[in-house]
Ligand binder design. Structure first.
Ligand code: XMP
Length: 320
């Protein structure tokens, strides 16, 4: 793609000129946008870049290790990588909290606090990189959508808490598909570039009600099975977002001749173009059936699996 080719080349050149010998800090989530921004910066200024990856304990199964494998010292990029294992801190803060917006707020604030502490250890930096893309700019601008249905913690906020001189947003003019093209151009692995969206508050909003380490484990396992079965059936490219959530519902079941009283997992898969509206995907029953028996067999304390047939509106894509 000649256009992306020159975008990448020009951006690297521009960043290099702007940064000079400066120190650059990036909050890396492992998502498409922050990954592409980080790699672009790494190509431009190498180890003048430090990426901080906060593992809040609300990531998908193995996700923290996967991010570390790509961006860490064993990975393929020239940059400084800091992984903060803040799982316990987040679980502690979330203890007893059930209300969705409070959970989001706690996760967002704690994230900033952890990031700020790391930034302090690094000392004064010159530039802060953000993976802001064009739709983020439009959404958070004045005159746009005015109804905040859910707070999106990863838009805005960060800059106030970190000591830096200037912000760099290399993807500010790109749409999502262009970010992906740039990612490919930069040689980022396809599985990272074509990742489905994952919310900043992570599994925190896919566990209805109180979050505990045990519940995180349950939803991680169920979600890994669901994703695997969808991919095996070749449906991962036909739906836009798919995940498992842990409902707060427990119900009666039977296992052998034992009565059980355990949790229900909700499976979700949607098709959408802009994530503002979405349809529940009409998946072949085989996929749902296979995932259901695997989840029941492999995930402890789950005795019921439900498929979410609701579109957006009236539901949202996430459960909280
Ligand atoms: P909803 O649930 O509002 O989600 O229909 C629409 C899209 O946005 C994602 N989402 C978030 N992304 N931080 C994010 O970065 C958030 O707090 C957040 N909440 C929802 C969701 O995964 C879906 O793709």
């Amino acid at each position: 793609d000649w256009k992306m080719d020159s975008f990448v080349e020009d951006s690297i050149k521009a960043v290099r000129e702007k940064v000079g010998n400066g120190k650059v800090l990036c909050a890396l989530s492992g998502g498409v946008d922050s990954s592409v921004a980080a790699v672009l910066l790494s190509k431009a200024v190498g180890s003048q870049l430090t990426c901080v990856f906060v593992d809040h304990g609300l990531l998908r199964k193995n996700e923290g290790d996967e991010v570390e494998a790509v961006f860490g010292p064993e990975g393929s990029y020239d940059l400084n990588f800091i992984r903060v294992n803040a799982q316990e801190r987040f679980y502690e803060k979330l203890k007893g909290v059930e209300e969705p917006e409070r959970k989001r707020k706690i996760i967002g604030e704690e994230f900033i606090r952890v990031f700020e502490e790391e930034a302090k250890k690094i000392g004064a930096v010159d530039f802060l990189v953000q993976g802001t893309i064009y739709p983020d700019v439009v959404e958070s601008g004045v005159g746009g959508e005015s109804t905040v249905i859910k707070s999106h913690h990863n838009v805005g906020g960060l800059p106030d808490y970190v000591d830096f001189k200037e912000i760099i947003e290399p993807l500010r003019n790109l749409f999502k598909d262009e970010v992906r093209k740039a990612g490919l151009e930069l040689g980022i692995p396809e599985y990272l570039v074509f990742r489905q969206p994952f919310p900043g508050p992570g599994l925190g909003i896919r566990i209805i009600g109180e979050v505990t380490a045990e519940k995180v484990k349950m939803v991680q396992e169920a979600d890994a099975i669901w994703r695997e079965e969808i991919a095996n059936a070749g449906w991962d490219k036909k739906v836009n977002q798919y995940f498992a959530a842990l409902t707060n519902m427990r119900s009666v079941g039977v296992m052998g001749d034992e009565r059980t009283y355990d949790y229900a997992i909700a499976l979700r898969a949607v098709t959408t173009t802009d994530f503002m509206t979405a349809e529940s995907a009409e998946l072949p029953w085989e996929i749902i059936g296979k995932a259901t028996s695997r989840i029941i067999n492999e995930v402890k304390h789950v005795n019921r699996v439900l498929y979410d047939c609701t579109g957006k509106p009236p539901a949202t894509i996430e459960m909280e």
